[in-house]
Design a protein around this ligand. Structure first.
Ligand SMILES: Cc1cc2nc3c(=O)[nH]c(=O)nc-3n(C[C@H](O)[C@H](O)[C@H](O)COP(=O)(O)O)c2cc1C
Length: 226
């Protein structure tokens, strides 16, 4: 009897394990199938490789971990020369960035800005203005998710307003603004202390949850248009 029970338990366990393995491999096949989907991170601090770039990278790492289909790239605008829109398109560093934004494999954006006087940096605004060719003649960013990362030196230093300003601008491109699971309600809100974000576990958590959400929505929307 004891032997039978043991055998029954074994069979039940083996059956459950087999089912779980099938489900896992089906999920892996689903998410690894299809074309690669690129998530671009744009760090809009004039200071290259500093807290904004690090926070955007944390979001990108989480986006990449969401699926084997997702590829990520950080474009750090720090140190680059990018002027705002003007009737005669300026010949500056934006020229090299534009083709990456026009790539058909682009699945979504993660835009990061420092909070400057409780708003987005002028570099971020210049970058967004120069994206104007992505609206006409075709809305190439339409129906793709955008997540926003804001870093400030104060806990309530205007990160949420910075996020709102960037989200509002990206609506003009038909993008779909996303936040993330709690506590990343609106996006990533990160606190820098002496130019260091590594101690802000809560803020880094919002960055990771934002990245995962951007990847999730990018995969879902890409499946709809495929
Ligand atoms: C001109 C300027 C204005 C700033 N205004 C704010 C602000 O309103 N709120 C805030 O929390 N931090 C403010 N800061 C601090 C930056 O947001 C913070 O240091 C951020 O981490 C800088 O990003 P970076 O390290 O990527 O350059 C300001 C910094 C500068 C240079």
């Amino acid at each position: 009897m004891k032997q039978n029970l043991t055998r029954r338990n074994f069979l039940a366990t083996a059956g459950t394990a087999a089912l779980a393995a099938t489900a896992t491999s089906a999920l892996a096949a689903e998410s690894s199938g299809g074309k690669p989907l690129k998530i671009l991170g744009i760090a809009c601090s004039p200071r290259q490789g500093m807290t904004t770039a690090k926070a955007v990278q944390a979001a990108l790492d989480a986006a990449k971990a969401a699926s084997p289909r997702v590829e990520v790239e950080l474009i750090d605008l720090g140190g680059l020369s990018i002027a705002g829109w003007s009737p005669k398109p300026p010949q500056d560093d934006f020229t090299a960035i534009l083709p990456k934004l026009q790539d058909p494999a682009l699945g979504g954006l993660i835009i990061g800005s420092p909070s400057y006087f409780r708003g987005l940096s002028s570099l971020c605004k210049a970058f967004i203005e120069r994206c104007a060719p992505l609206r006409e003649p075709k809305m190439v960013l339409a129906n793709k998710p955008v997540g926003v990362v804001a870093v400030g030196a104060f806990r309530n230093g205007g990160q949420e307003m910075t996020i709102e300003q960037i989200q509002a601008a990206m609506l003009c491109f038909g993008m779909v603004p996303v936040g993330g699971n709690a506590p990343a309600f609106q996006g990533a809100t990160v606190l820098s202390t002496k130019d260091d974000i590594s101690a802000d576990e809560l803020g880094l958590d919002t960055a990771r949850k934002l990245g995962a959400r951007v990847a999730e929505v990018a995969l879902a929307l890409a499946a709809k248009v495929a």
